[in-house]
Structure formats: structure tokens, C-alpha cells
Design a protein around this ligand. Structure first.
Ligand code: PEP
Length: 272
């Protein structure tokens, strides 16, 4: 399988979730990734997605490094009486990226497809790049319903999307049973699901707009298995949870992706 087939630059995004507990640890983690990200920057896009309170501090560290910054959620209204929420507009001054529809938001906080769709639309509308997450539960996987579930989530999320917005959209296929479990999906399963995702994108946006949408895999990805995903013709990178909390591990993942795509992986390589 040819990693270059999609023609897109690979993206490795680190979803820190509600970690780490202290600002100093967040700074240390970001600093630990910057070197590898810069070295691979000719080949790989890297984004870090810290919790809201650490965004400004990490933004300063990432300034002019080429490493993207993102939030893990947003609200669609620009401002108002929405206690606890952070709007897409507020993020747009600091971030290039935002996650929508992560399974933890859907499951723990009860986010509906409609909410995910509104958040996605609002974020793209203010110029953010969106990583929209879709994925099936364990029993849906066991019942062979993955394509149906993922396609339904995606169709709902794309409801307000115009083809012109597609360059700002990334889809992360994250089987819920693989998230944080150490049970990463078989690459063949990921590939088949990505084919279904691409079909929905083609039908909803048209082939040309669809071709601008990158598709990632997420779910217990690490430096030992990331190569088997980015080698898939339809896979443009990974959304990484647990492994992105260890700077060395995430840095190694960046190197592996750069190697698969044939780019430089060390400071020397980029400066020689
Ligand atoms: C995630 O939270 O998006 C994720 C993929 O987590 P993990 O890599 O820990 O499975």
C-alpha cells in the first residue's frame, strides 16, 4: 500500500484530554515535542490539544515553531449566558484546531449528532480547522455495524457543511472500544471503515471537496503501531490520546510518520 496515495500531508494530533494537572507539566510536555515536530515539519503536520487553562501558556511555547495548537471542544454561540462553555470565536485567536464529537464528549456529556454538527459549523465559520471524531461502540463493532454507525454520525455532522469548507475539515475514525484500552484496531478494519467514510464525504461534498478532507485513525495508537496506520492508502495520520502524554513517545511517533512518508526526522536532516 502506498502512503502517498491520498496526496495529503500527514497529521499527528495529541489529545491531552484532562491532563496534565499542572501548568509546568504542560509546558514540559510541549517543550519535549517541539524538537521532533520541527525536524519533521517538512513532511508532517503536528498539533497539540491541551485542556483550556493551558492553551495560552502552550501557545507561547509553540509560537513560530510550526506546531499547531488546538482545543478539545467548543460551543457554537459566540458569547452569552452559557456557564462553563468556551466559544469557537474565543478560541480562534489562539488556536488553529479544535476537536468536535470526541466519543468522551458524546458518551459522558451526552452530546448529540446535532450538537456536534453545530459545533463543527461554528468552528469552521470562524476559521478553525476541525478534527471531527466518529466511531462505533464495542457491541456495534461485534454486530458488524461499524460502517452504518460511522456513516450516520458523519452524515449528521456534515449537514450544514458546504464543499468550500472542506479544506478545514479532518475526520478522525476512533473506534470507541480502542480508545484508552490498549486494544488498537486491526489496520484492515480501520482501512475498510475509512473507505466508508470517504464514500460519505464524496457523496456529501463532491469528489473534489472530499479530496481535501484528511482522515485519521485514533485508538491506542503508539510508536509501535502508528506506521501500520499511516501506511494505509486512505489514512492521513493519527489522533493520539495516552501516547501523546509522554513526550518521548509522541516524538517517536512523529519520527515514524516522517519515515513512512520519506521525510527528514532529525534537526541535522532539515539543516543539511
Ligand atoms: C483519543 O482520546 O482520541 C484517543 C485516541 O485516545 P488513546 O490514544 O489513548 O486511545
Amino acid at each position: 500500500m502506498n502512503a502517498q496515495r491520498s496526496g495529503s500531508r500527514p497529521l499527528l494530533a495529541g489529545n491531552w484530554k484532562m491532563n496534565p494537572a499542572r501548568a509546568s507539566e504542560a509546558a514540559e510536555l510541549a517543550r519535549g515535542v517541539i524538537g521532533a515536530a520541527r525536524a519533521a515539519s517538512a513532511t508532517v503536520d503536528v498539533a497539540l490539544l491541551p485542556p483550556f487553562p493551558w492553551l495560552l501558556g502552550v501557545a507561547e511555547l509553540l509560537h513560530e515553531t510550526g506546531v499547531g495548537l488546538g482545543a478539545q471542544d467548543c460551543f457554537w454561540e459566540p458569547a452569552g449566558a452559557y456557564t462553563g462553555e468556551v466559544s469557537a470565536v474565543m478560541l480562534s485567536g489562539w488556536c488553529q484546531w479544535v476537536l468536535t464529537g470526541h466519543s468522551e464528549r458524546r458518551q459522558i456529556f451526552g452530546e448529540s449528532d446535532e450538537w456536534v454538527s453545530k459545533k463543527t459549523k461554528a468552528a469552521i465559520g470562524v476559521g478553525l480547522n476541525v478534527i471531527l471524531c466518529v466511531g462505533e461502540l464495542d457491541d456495534q463493532f461485534e454486530a458488524g455495524r461499524t460502517d452504518e454507525v460511522v456513516s450516520g454520525q458523519l452524515q449528521a455532522a456534515l449537514e450544514y457543511m458546504s464543499p468550500g469548507d472542506s479544506g478545514r475539515l479532518v475526520i478522525a475514525y476512533e473506534p470507541i472500544w480502542a480508545i484508552g484500552t490498549g486494544k488498537n484496531a486491526d489496520p484492515e478494519h480501520a482501512y475498510k471503515t475509512m473507505r466508508a467514510i470517504r464514500r460519505v464525504l464524496d457523496e456529501s461534498l463532491g469528489d473534489e471537496a472530499s479530496s481535501r478532507v484528511r482522515i485519521l485513525y485514533g485508538g491506542s495508537a503508539n510508536s509501535g503501531n502508528v506506521g501500520s496506520y499511516v501506511e494505509l492508502p486512505l489514512c492521513d495520520g493519527c489522533l493520539v490520546g495516552g501516547a501523546s502524554l509522554k513526550a518521548h513517545e509522541f516524538a517517536r511517533m512523529i519520527e515514524v510518520v516522517a519515515e513512512v512518508y520519506g521525510g527528514p526526522t532529525t534537526e541535522e536532516a532539515t539543516t543539511s
